[in-house]
Design a protein. Structure first.
Length: 299
């Protein structure tokens, strides 16, 4: 990372070789594992403040998905940019790190699907859940995919805008926060890994992998995950939600509440998708307090 960006990312990353491709991740602190899974078009920088707040007590593991952050950005000939592959990558990373239980998952955006698909595979390893503007199910009833995502997902124009002009990451860096105004330098840090046509492949493939109907490549896995997450209803869960999210709006929050009526919910009417930026001074301490309060809970 450039020296002027180091204040936003004061970490020394590590890499895991996955079939000749380097998966970058953070492994900070010691104690019970807190695994933080980012979405699109962010990367591990999204969790920087939470890592700093928790690493004195917990082992914070934060991967950059392949094609994101400081991980390699291979072409389609070397990597299968699908939900199933993302889950496999996470599984291999946690196996490599020897993490075999007591996991707290922190989930944002695509991280919800990836993390909960992993959790359904490994129910006994999961201890707590922290949910941040995400989903682990298909679009809620009556919800349509927003036009901007359909444009990117289904048209050559959208693909060209994402790969040629970094449109997805650029727009998200401005509209992801609604309460807190991101400094220009921080917005650039978010976009830093996606600086060329090739390096923007994952930001496009994530959108193209959104399953909307049977036959889409990841549709069955989302269906299986949505069915399987009922097994986690008795686990401690905290939900932190920005209600002005341009994708994961209140209909998604309502679906989480319907499926997990016992979850602790903190919802912010003036916050957007990047809830850890928009409400960092409130949400980060609340997550730390939730973890401390639920220490010793049965998994």
């Amino acid at each position: 990372m450039r020296p002027d960006m180091m204040k936003y990312y004061p970490f020394i990353g590590r890499h895991l070789d996955l079939d000749g491709l380097a998966l970058h991740y953070l492994d900070e602190g010691s104690g019970e594992p807190v695994v933080m899974i980012h979405g699109n078009p962010t990367w591990s920088i999204y969790y920087r403040n939470l890592v700093k707040a928790l690493r004195d007590r917990y082992r914070c593991v934060v991967p950059d998905h392949m094609g994101c952050g400081f991980s390699d950005k291979p072409g389609d000939d070397r990597y299968d940019y699908t939900l199933g592959q993302r889950v496999n990558d996470l599984e291999r990373l946690l196996d490599h790190l020897g993490i075999d239980g007591g996991i707290t998952l922190v989930l944002h955006d695509w991280g919800g699907m990836i993390g909960m698909a992993y959790a359904v595979r490994h129910r006994s390893l999961i201890r707590r859940l922290v949910v941040l503007n995400t989903a682990a199910f298909h679009l809620p009833a009556g919800k349509r995919l927003p036009f901007a995502l359909r444009l990117c997902r289904d048209t050559r124009l959208g693909a060209f805008l994402v790969r040629g002009f970094n449109a997805f990451s650029l727009v998200a860096s401005f509209v992801g926060c609604q309460h807190f105004t991101m400094p220009a330098e921080l917005r650039r840090a978010y976009r830093l890994p996606y600086d060329t046509w090739q390096n923007r492949i994952a930001t496009l493939r994530f959108v193209q992998d959104i399953p909307l109907q049977p036959g889409d490549r990841s549709y069955d896995l989302v269906s299986e995950t949505a069915k399987g997450i009922a097994a986690f209803c008795d686990l401690p869960m905290a939900v932190f939600w920005g209600e002005l999210d341009f994708v994961f709006d209140r209909t998604f929050l309502a679906e989480w509440q319907r499926r997990f009526p016992r979850a602790e919910v903190h919802s912010y009417p003036d916050a957007g998708h990047y809830i850890l930026e928009d409400k960092q001074d409130e949400v980060v301490p609340l997550i730390a307090e939730f973890l401390a309060r639920t220490d010793g809970s049965a998994s």
